[in-house]
Design a protein around this ligand. Structure first.
Ligand SMILES: Nc1ncnc2c1ncn2[C@@H]1O[C@H](COP(=O)(O)OP(=O)(O)O)[C@@H](O)[C@H]1O
Ligand SMILES: [Mg+2]
Length: 271
């Protein structure tokens, strides 16, 4: 009898643990046919999950409609701004409007990736070729600032969405270069074990503080020391959504090149 109860409690705690780790609010506790205290606890717990899931979905849909519905008036406003005679003022205001439009588009893109369950863009692709394309895209920018960009890419074939992975790697590399000092170092490494594929990008740039490191993939989050660079704080939220779609996890590491500063970004994808 005791073993039976312990077993049921263990299963309940495993489900709760899974919900916390994956953030998947669709999970529910199984309800035993015997109408005892544990079943009624599961019932209450599931009811609580129903309510939380509803609220989260509501918030998501309100946020999405705001982003969606504000795009049209903003585009109209932008077109009106183009009629300003003063060229400098015209340039500045349309630029701001473009930034806002980009933000709304990014928000909707992130939300779209988070809510798709089907992996329709997935095909067999060469991860090293995608990573190399990103490096080639950023090489001129790195050279301009005398940043040494190096890579070690193992040949890796996997089921993935190549366009999304390109965007994820590009966002990470963009940050590594943007938040590096001139003459700095950026390294990309692609490797695999029997169970995981790892994409790691490290730099010896300005890095982030202990308090900031846990918040980096939150929407709009920008650490104080990077406020002077251009950006909207949505890049890593997009990366995080893409990595989750690929059954992966995103980690941030302090001082990855052991030079007292800089940031490492590690994506670990389960095979
Ligand atoms: N390689 C890096 N070095 C230092 N800080 C970084 C790095 N990558 C990201 N960050 C920090 O994380 C924040 C969020 O990154 P991101 O979502 O790409 O936004 P953005 O680049 O638009 O500011 C950045 O504003 C910056 O504070
Ligand atoms: Mg960025």
């Amino acid at each position: 009898m005791a073993a039976y109860v312990v077993n049921r409690i263990n299963r309940m705690s495993q489900t709760a643990d899974k919900i916390i780790k994956t953030g998947n609010l669709e999970e529910r506790l199984e309800i035993d046919s015997s109408w005892d205290d544990l079943s009624s606890l599961s019932f209450v717990f599931n009811h609580m999950l129903d309510t939380i899931e509803d609220s989260v979905n509501n918030i998501k849909s309100v946020t999405d409609s705001i982003a969606h519905d504000l795009r049209t008036p903003l585009s109209r406003l932008r077109n009106t701004l183009e009629k300003i005679d003063d060229p400098q003022l015209r340039e500045e205001t349309t630029q701001e409007a473009d930034n806002l439009l980009n933000m709304f588009n990014s928000l909707l893109r992130i939300s779209g990736i988070e809510t798709t369950k089907q992996k329709e863009g997935f095909t067999q692709c060469e991860l090293n070729a995608i990573a190399l394309d990103v490096i080639e895209l950023y090489q001129p920018l790195a050279e301009e600032r005398d940043i040494h960009l190096s890579s070690e890419l193992a040949p890796i074939v996997m089921q993935a969405d190549p366009n999304l992975l390109f965007q994820a790697i590009a966002n990470i590399l963009d940050n590594a270069i943007k938040y590096s000092k001139d003459g700095g170092r950026v390294e990309m490494e692609l490797s695999e074990t029997t169970t995981h594929i790892t994409i790691a990008v490290r730099d010896n740039g300005i890095g982030v503080s202990e308090e900031d490191i846990v918040n980096l993939d939150r929407r709009f989050y920008r650490a104080d020391r990077s406020r002077t660079s251009k950006g909207n704080g949505l890049g890593l939220s997009l990366v995080s959504a893409i990595i989750k779609l690929h059954n992966g996890q995103l980690w941030f590491v302090h001082d990855p090149l052991m030079q007292g500063h800089g940031l490492g970004v590690v994506c670990s994808l389960r095979k």
